[in-house]
Design a protein around this ligand. Structure first.
Ligand code: PA5
Length: 461
């Protein structure tokens, strides 16, 4: 069960906090916000809300993973943005010590999972060179089926597998839109199996499709539980009573703090290593969905920032405490860390060591989170604490659905389309123009019209 304590967001606890009147206003407006998202769902735009009940789609991932069991030592995701961050977050959260590449256990039939979410030749070479290709599966993940970075990776991996004399269909699986994009027909041409990303689910909302469930199932994660947790959160958020809707609370508080109180940065700071990459997943979800140029000419959307407790207490927290009071800090605290270590009692005569003995590391983490929240509140810095029972598949599914819904609600509040990303388009078009892709002539003309580097404002070679 996930709970939220937002006392430290309110004016009764912090200067420039959300007032009772503003909360009442948000409470009154929430039914319209909720209805707006439900309308998008009925129009097929917010189809991520239908994923927890899409059993056939889940089965695609389970079936493929079943057939793949024991066949591969390494599974490599080729993908970027929403096609990579969800699987990375799941692996880190649910594959114990998942952020360590050595975590997967090939002996139990589960491959090691690597996610190539960039096109840096150093990383690609390092990963590809150490693979035994005959024991490798490439998962090419792209909703659009045409992203330059992913297609380049695919071409490189395809050439390696072909040159090794291996059958392409045995070493690739595509995860893509059921009808559109280049990957789908290519799957037919090459005999490569292809799993679906439903048309109404965009990249950053796709973690509960085979984008996330296929790699998770390959790793032996309980993907059914992931969807159960997401479904439970969806049910909790069926209410238009804002005080009972966790996603509504987060969306409303982040939104109000931004537009009314100048808290323009939303920090997500889990106190749990398994949720380290969850924060990165949230950053993409929030930034790409809400950072928008609205039709009325106004640029809107708060800026998400990842942090990790307790590590960032020795880094970013200084700025959260004494830098500009322009942030909301959302902590995630975990009640049961799954394993714990008692700190031994020794050197009791040494002040810096003696008081630690007998406490556990989990206890220390929890106390430090509460201490940081209290310190921030005392300093007038808005913060809230999301508490979850433990980082298991059900809990992570619930957390993901909560933040996806919060983002969709915030889209309604800001008055933007939370499901497109027009802002990344021009850079893509310029890259196409520079690479000579057919159809990019107009972008080439715009590129050529840009100011040229001016020697007065350049330094070095
Ligand atoms: O959220 C999004 O839509 C994007 O971040 C995409 O995931 C990213 O651009 C990759 O796109 P695609 O999955 O089409 O290759």
């Amino acid at each position: 069960m996930i709970s939220i304590d937002f006392t430290n967001m309110m004016a009764s606890a912090v200067d420039n906090g959300v007032t009772d009147e503003e909360w009442e206003e948000a409470y009154g407006a929430f039914a319209t916000v909720h209805k707006g998202v439900e309308t998008l769902r009925s129009e097929g735009v917010a189809d991520f809300m239908n994923l927890p009940r899409n059993a056939p789609l889940l089965q695609q991932a389970i079936d493929f993973a079943g057939r793949a069991r024991g066949r591969y030592d390494d599974a490599i995701i080729l993908g970027i943005g929403g096609s990579a961050l969800g699987p990375i977050a799941l692996k880190t959260a649910l594959c114990r010590s998942g952020w360590n590449e050595l975590s997967s256990d090939a002996r139990s039939g589960h491959p090691r999972l690597h996610v190539l979410d960039n096109i840096d030749p150093v990383t690609i070479t390092a990963v590809l060179d150490r693979l035994a290709l005959e024991r490798t599966l490439f998962i090419v993940t792209s909703k659009s089926g045409g992203t330059a970075e992913t297609m380049s990776q695919f071409l490189i991996a395809h050439e390696r597998v072909a040159n090794a004399g291996l059958k392409i269909a045995d070493h690739f699986v595509f995860v893509t839109d059921p009808t559109t994009g280049a990957l789908r027909p290519l799957a037919g041409e090459l005999g490569v199996p292809a799993l679906d990303i439903p048309p109404g689910v965009g990249g950053r909302y796709s973690v509960l499709t085979p984008v996330g469930t296929l790699p998770a199932a390959l790793l032996g994660i309980n993907v059914a539980d992931l969807l159960v947790g997401a479904g439970e959160m969806l049910d909790r958020c069926a209410t238009t009573d804002l005080s009972q809707n966790p996603a509504g609370i987060i969306g409303s508080l982040f939104y109000m703090s931004d537009v009314r109180h100048g808290r323009v940065v939303d920090v997500l700071m889990p106190y749990a290593d398994p949720l380290r990459d969850f924060a990165a997943w949230f950053v993409q979800l929030w930034a790409e969905s809400l950072g928008k140029h609205r039709d009325d000419g106004k640029s809107v959307g708060s800026t998400p920032l990842p942090a990790l407790g307790a590590t960032d207490q020795h880094s970013q927290v200084q700025s959260f405490m004494e830098g500009p009071a322009n942030k909301v800090i959302a902590f995630i605290a975990v009640k049961d860390h799954g394993s714990d270590i008692v700190i031994p009692s020794a050197f009791e005569h040494v002040t810096e060591l003696g008081y630690l003995g007998g406490h556990t590391l989990g206890e220390l983490l929890d106390i430090e989170q509460r201490a940081t929240a209290g310190a921030l509140a005392k300093r007038g810095r808005s913060n809230l604490t999301i508490r979850m029972e433990k980082v298991d598949a059900r809990g992570v599914g619930a957390l993901m659905m909560m933040f996806e819904l919060a983002t969709a609600y915030a889209g309604q509040m800001y008055g933007v389309n939370a499901f497109n990303q027009p802002g990344v388009e021009l850079g893509k078009q310029f890259a196409y123009a520079l690479l000579g892709r057919p159809g990019a002539e107009a972008a080439k003309a715009q590129w050529d019209a840009l100011p040229k580097p001016d020697p007065r404002w350049s330094q070095g070679d």
